[in-house]
Design a protein around this ligand. Structure first.
Ligand SMILES: Nc1nc2c(c(=O)[nH]1)N[C@H]1C(S)=C(S)[C@@H](COP(=O)(O)O)O[C@H]1N2
Ligand SMILES: [Mo]
Length: 229
């Protein structure tokens, strides 16, 4: 990332245009993908989903237990290939420039929630605080729900409607939806949307996420990835 931040923005725009050109709406492969992803919709995940069937969302956890958010002790760590490791408190996050968007959320198993109202902060504002080094190429997003994690290239993370979301439909994120912070990248399937986000590690090579380790696409573009290796 250039010191003035211009380089990622340029890449971001180019990647974004590429995504639009590639199309966002094909679901031809979805039935096969749902079968492969069945562990996600069974057992503990299913149970929690049944307890909180809110507005088209299915609530997913891999562990069956949802981290508890305490605003007094919580912070987001940004470390790795940065000029300074930072720990951003909840209040500080709320104080960063706010981003608002309305976007559609797709799970690779085939459910969709239209017109979700998100409020949060753009990655560029968080990254600016830490100062990524020139060798930085990707971001590793780590959940406090172990061992859930995923990653994006820096170009992907700077797409115009990627954000770290604090609010969903006008209220602070609920515990089932990942309180207090989750990643949102509408162009990609929901498994990229790490809930209970507690750490962003800036890295030189894009790491393999939880679902990618089980065969799902690293680039989870809606309509352009098939959900498995
Ligand atoms: N920590 C964590 N984040 C997660 C998941 C999870 O199981 N654990 N599931 C992912 C998947 S596959 C989807 S579709 C969305 C679902 O979001 P929701 O639980 O808020 O409906 O969360 C994503 N983020
Ligand atoms: Mo999902």
């Amino acid at each position: 990332m250039a010191a003035d931040g211009s380089e990622p923005r340029r890449y971001g725009r180019r990647v974004f245009l590429g995504v639009v050109a590639g199309g966002l709406t094909s679901f031809a492969w979805a039935p096969a993908a749902s079968r492969i992803l069945s562990p996600l919709t069974s057992a503990a995940s299913q149970l929690v989903g049944n307890v909180f069937p809110v507005g088209g969302w299915r609530i997913y956890t891999i562990s069956g237990s949802m981290p508890v958010f305490d605003p007094k002790t919580w912070s987001l760590t940004v470390d790795g290939l940065v000029e300074r490791k930072i720990e951003v408190t909840y209040e500080e996050l709320r104080g960063l420039p706010a981003a608002h968007q309305v976007s559609t959320f797709h799970c690779v198993t085939g459910w969709t929630v239209h017109n979700v109202r998100w409020r949060g902060v753009r990655l560029e504002h968080i990254l600016e605080l830490a100062g990524p080094l020139r060798s930085a190429r990707a971001l590793r997003f780590v959940s406090s729900e172990r061992p859930y994690e995923d990653s994006l290239t820096i170009e992907q993370a700077l797409l115009p409607d990627v954000m770290l979301a604090l609010d969903l439909d006008g209220s602070p994120l609920s515990r089932p939806h990942g309180a207090p912070l989750r990643l949102v990248i509408p162009e990609m399937y929901g498994y990229k949307s790490v809930k209970w986000l507690e750490r962003i590690e800036v890295v030189a090579e894009q790491p393999t996420g939880y679902w990618e380790n089980l065969g799902y696409d690293q680039n989870a573009w809606v309509g352009r990835s098939n959900g498995y290796g």
